[in-house]
Design a protein around this ligand. Structure first.
Ligand code: KG4
Ligand code: ZN
Length: 342
């Protein structure tokens, strides 16, 4: 009898895990400027969360340099595995499957994690699960709220995406709305740059805005005038605090307005938020306040699970595994991977 191929053997292992309904997943994330390895039980329980951020290095250039990102992922990934195993107090023998982000993101950065995960899966005879990064962000909510189940509406606001998604079942998404130009995080970063706030601008602008007055249009207005007439060259300054506050207010109001409309349209009872911008303090408080006033149950991950991490990839990976999805060893990085059919 011909011996089974790696893929056939993994199919059998994955089927056994599915029947059992439990899995300890080692998850890998390397789509942008964070290398991360996590260990997650049953899609819900965080056992380890090891992250190496490259922010300090990219800050020197005012943004992510893809080639540097790829190299730093290569350097960080093995030590992160040791760190994660130590945190979870286990060895590779205790791992049931490997989940890896294969898109969307920077192709070289993604490839580092994908190649590494493929090698480890092959060497250790472990099933490999392909995960969409954005689906990962949404799934951070499952770890933060172990009882949360679909259906729910999710506002996904990250560096590259602002989507409003209806999560109908585990792994089944309908796109309800999206910004047609910049993503929310991108807008925060670009505006921060105008204010001379160092990269990554979003979180620092958020802090600065706490000290500013967001009930004034003068911040935004001044920005426009500034651009038109190049005020800086004339030696005139803009008020960064008010600017930050009114800008943040505009973005948050827009996001919350649209999200509540989407929730109403779909008849949702539960509302969640995900992605780096979900760490924004005003967005969090406004979603909670206005969401609850609209009769919705509001869920959000803690800030540390909003920005890029691998715990969320482990959560998404579990539900992919339970749906019977496995990667082949030919798995490739897909920089523009989509999450929706519509
Ligand atoms: O999800 P994420 O970590 O990476 C991507 O998948 O893009 O999101 C990063 C984005 C950056 O644009 C960053 O400036 C923004 O999230 N961000 C914030 C805050 N924390 C991170 N934006 C506004 N307020 C924050 N507190
Ligand atoms: Zn992300």
């Amino acid at each position: 009898m011909k011996p089974l191929s790696y893929e056939a053997r993994m199919r059998e292992k994955a089927d056994a895990l599915r029947k059992h309904g439990h899995a300890r997943i080692l998850a890998v994330e390397s789509s942008c400027d964070e290398t991360a390895i996590a260990i997650v039980d049953d899609g819900r329980i965080e056992r380890a969360n090891a992250i190496a951020s490259q922010i300090d290095v990219h800050a020197l250039y005012g943004g992510v340099v893809p080639e540097i990102a790829s190299r730093m992922h290569v350097e960080a990934i093995d030590p992160l595995l040791e760190m994660a195993l130590a945190q979870a107090n286990c060895t590779l023998d205790d791992i049931d499957a490997i989940a890896v982000t294969y898109g969307p993101g920077l192709v070289g950065a993604l490839l580092t994690g994908v190649s590494w995960a493929k090698s480890l899966a092959y060497a250790r005879e472990l099933p490999l699960i392909p995960v969409n990064h954005i689906e990962g962000h949404v799934s951070a909510n499952y770890v933060a709220h172990p009882d949360l189940e679909p259906p729910f509406v999710c506002l996904v606001a990250s560096g590259g995406h602002s989507h409003i998604v209806s999560v109908d079942h585990y792994g089944q998404y309908r796109l309800i709305g999206q910004t047609t130009d910049d993503a929310a995080g991108e807008a925060f970063d670009k505006v921060a740059r105008v204010l001379s706030i160092p990269y990554p601008g979003g979180p620092l602008l958020d802090k600065l805005a706490d000290e500013g007055d967001d009930f004034s249009f003068s911040g935004l207005k001044t920005a426009v005038i500034n651009q038109a007439h190049n005020l800086r060259q004339q030696g005139l300054e803009i008020d960064a605090k008010d600017f930050a506050a009114s800008f943040r207010r505009s973005v948050v109001d827009l996001l919350v307005d649209k999200t509540l409309l989407a929730a109403q349209d779909t008849g949702a009872k539960k509302l969640t938020v995900a992605g780096g911008v979900a760490a924004n303090s005003l967005l969090r408080s406004e979603l909670l306040r206005r969401g609850e006033r609209a009769g919705l149950q509001v869920f959000m991950p803690p800030k540390r699970l909003c920005t890029d991490n691998a715990v969320m990839i482990g959560a998404a990976g579990f539900y992919r595994l339970m749906a019977g999805e496995l990667a082949r060893l030919s798995l490739n990085a897909l920089p523009s991977l989509r999450m929706f059919d519509n």
